[in-house]
Design a protein around this ligand. Structure first.
Ligand SMILES: [Cu+2]
Length: 67
């Protein structure tokens, strides 16, 4: 499981953009966003770097957090 800090995620639109980006790498990924904490938790078998890169490409800088 991958937990990311995504500071610029601010609304449901951001969340759906991030979910769509993650699912373009892993269609079976489970994505849970917490807008209050600006965190995204991703359950995936895909590579962490690939997930972080695709979220960044969608416009959201992100940093890994200890899960
Ligand atoms: Cu937004």
């Amino acid at each position: 499981m991958l937990k990311l800090k995504v500071p610029e995620m601010s609304c449901g639109h951001c969340v759906s953009t991030i979910e769509k980006a993650v699912r373009s790498v892993d269609p079976t990924a489970r994505v849970a966003a917490d807008l209050g904490l600006s965190t995204v938790t991703v359950e995936t078998k895909a590579d962490e770097i690939a997930i972080r890169n695709v979220i960044r490409s969608a416009g959201y800088d992100n940093e890994p957090l200890a899960a």
